[in-house]
Design a binder for this molecule. Structure first.
Ligand SMILES: [Zn+2]
Length: 121
């Protein structure tokens, strides 16, 4: 489903764009959350071999796993693909597999500006 969006920079400049929204089923959301949890816990186990750092990394990654999983479970829509120009530098934004929780906050990799994306009503 293609929907129009408004991309807004902190200095109130705006550009228009379009995103392809994809609804995620609860099964897909659970799979995404479990994958995120697995990545965190695998990194926790893998970091056991790093001297000194493992005192912090292992408990931190172990505890971060459920938190990261929650953020991957929460959205029920994804921006599968989107097009639009950064209002600050006019370069194309890369919008792929971004959680669609409005307003969506993205980061322009060209000019390092934080951008807000909202649905155009
Ligand atoms: Zn930019």
């Amino acid at each position: 489903m293609q929907v129009p969006i408004v991309i807004q920079a902190p200095d109130e400049k705006i550009n228009l764009g379009e995103v392809d929204l994809q609804t995620i089923t609860s099964t897909q959301r659970l799979a995404r959350a479990l994958k995120a949890l697995a990545v965190c816990w695998i990194l926790a186990v893998a970091s056991v071999v790093i001297p000194i750092i493992h005192f912090v990394s292992v408990p931190l990654l172990f505890l971060a796993g459920p938190v990261v999983a929650y953020f991957f479970y929460r959205p029920n829509q994804l921006i599968a693909k989107g097009t639009g120009l950064c209002p600050s530098c006019q370069k194309p934004l890369v919008l792929e597999n971004v959680s669609a929780e409005w307003p969506v906050k993205v980061f322009c990799t060209a000019c390092r500006t934080d951008l807000n994306i909202r649905l155009k009503i």
